[in-house]
Design a protein around this ligand. Structure first.
Ligand code: NAD
Ligand code: MG
Length: 398
């Protein structure tokens, strides 16, 4: 058991899909974990409920009007939770000296600064916000190394790879005999749909994932397979593997969460029902194991596991992500920013589904001379790429 229990946890993005699953696991182990701070963007009702249920020291909202309302309602309810507001407050609860672990589950580039603050403060960082590594993997991994933070992946694939690597793996694939990392992907809702009908897909169809219930942005990313592209970049930074040693395998049942192929021919995989509470519980308790409330895997019920090679004509976003990783520098940050803008426009019905990769490719083409050497430079590159992407979206608006 860790030295001091209960462990105090900050959940960044507590009202989201990962945040909700995290609080479900925390609630199963009140002797081990305590919610120290819960944050959300604008969802007052949901954060109010969570603050009443978990009685955290702090509740943080991004929007001042929403924060004022939450403060009023919590006070009227007799709650002692203190309400803080804005990006500075996120940094404060991520790096607070009394916090043991931070679940980084804000969606998108907005999660970078608080996640980096947790890493710099040497916390146990439970990383769901893959965009933080895509934007500036080097900056982030350097901060982890300098502070001695413990970085544990929550993304199911990376959590699976982490579990299949030897204990104490020090980001040196050669020394550990790792030949390849195989990331599995469900292929999303459009794996079998005729390519020429993809033009007309709606946000509702794109968000209807066959195996996982997730936030809207990551659901669209799964439909385009940009999610897997971002995960290739994430795996590169987490495990120190080059792009050519990371292979994507479509596995529609989502039972094998990823694999590591070793030079002696051994391939180690992690399996389980598709439920994010497994990687969350794994990272919360690591190196111990705790109950996550997940149904045991029934191999007889599953009976068959199948695998396919991804079709890059159907999923051009995957090829764009590999290209950005190989180009290096600011290219992954530009890819991410253009993707966030294009996905938001698609969800808003301003952009067709097939135009998403076009916007990203055109933005990558136009963005040059950007740096990601500091958090300020990252945010500047992100802002510049968003401007270019919005321009490209306007040209294609439907
Ligand atoms: P979600 O949309 O369900 O929740 C996002 C959370 O972030 C919410 O609490 C929201 O209030 C908060 N938020 C949004 N914008 C913000 C802003 N500008 N400032 C502060 N807070 C903000 O998203 P999700 O599906 O839970 O995903 C969260 C992260 O986890 C993403 O980076 C995603 O890629 C990653 N992830 C999710 C899953 C999954 O199963 N949902 C799996 C693997 C990785
Ligand atoms: Mg994943």
């Amino acid at each position: 058991m860790p030295e001091s229990l209960p462990q105090r946890i900050t959940v960044l993005g507590a009202t989201g899909s990962i945040g909700t699953s995290t609080l479900d696991v925390i609630a199963r182990h009140p002797e081990r974990f305590e919610a120290f701070a819960l944050t959300a963007h604008v969802q007052v009702d949901r954060l109010f409920e969570l603050a009443v249920r978990f009685a955290p020291r702090y509740a943080v909202l991004g929007d001042p009007a929403a924060a004022a309302e939450l403060r009023y309602r919590l006070t009227a309810h007799g709650s002692r939770t203190e309400v803080l507001v804005g990006p500075e407050a996120l940094l404060e609860v991520a790096a607070h000296p009394e916090v043991d672990a931070v679940m980084a589950a804000i969606v998108g580039a907005a999660g970078l600064a608080p996640t980096l603050a947790a890493a710099r403060a040497g916390k146990r960082v439970l990383l769901a916000n893959k965009e933080a590594l895509v934007l500036s993997g080097r900056l982030f991994m350097d901060a982890v190394a300098a502070s001695g933070a413990v970085l544990l992946p929550i993304d199911s694939e990376h959590n699976a790879v982490f579990q299949a690597l030897p204990h104490g793996y020090a980001r040196d694939p050669q020394a550990c005999g790792v030949r390849r990392v195989l990331l599995t992907a469900s292929g999303g809702p459009f794996r079998e749909r005729p390519v020429d009908t993809l033009e007309a897909v709606t946000p509702e169809e794109a968000c209807a994932h066959p195996n996982w219930v997730m936030g809207r942005k990551i659901s669209v990313d799964s439909a385009t397979m940009m999610n897997k592209g971002l995960e290739v970049i994430e795996a590169h930074w987490l495990f120190g593997v080059s792009a050519r040693r990371i292979e994507v395998v479509i596995h529609p049942q989502s039972v094998i969460h990823s694999l590591v192929d070793y030079v002696d021919g051994s391939v180690l995989a992690q399996l389980g029902n598709p439920d994010m509470r497994t990687p969350i519980a794994h990272a919360l308790a690591w190196p111990q194991r705790i109950d996550a409330g997940v149904r045991p895997l029934d191999l007889f019920e599953i009976a068959r596991l199948t695998f396919e090679r991804p079709d890059l004509t159907r999923f051009p976003c995957l090829a764009l992500a590999y290209r950005a990783l190989e180009a290096g520098g600011a290219a992954p940050a530009v890819l991410n920013a253009a993707n966030e803008e294009a996905v938001a426009a698609f969800l808003d019905r301003r952009l067709g589904f097939r135009r998403i990769p076009e916007v990203i490719a055109a933005t990558l083409e136009r963005a040059s001379g950007l740096s990601v050497d500091s958090i300020e430079a990252v945010m500047e590159a992100d802002a510049r790429a968003r401007d270019l992407a919005r321009d490209e979206i306007r040209l294609r608006q439907g």
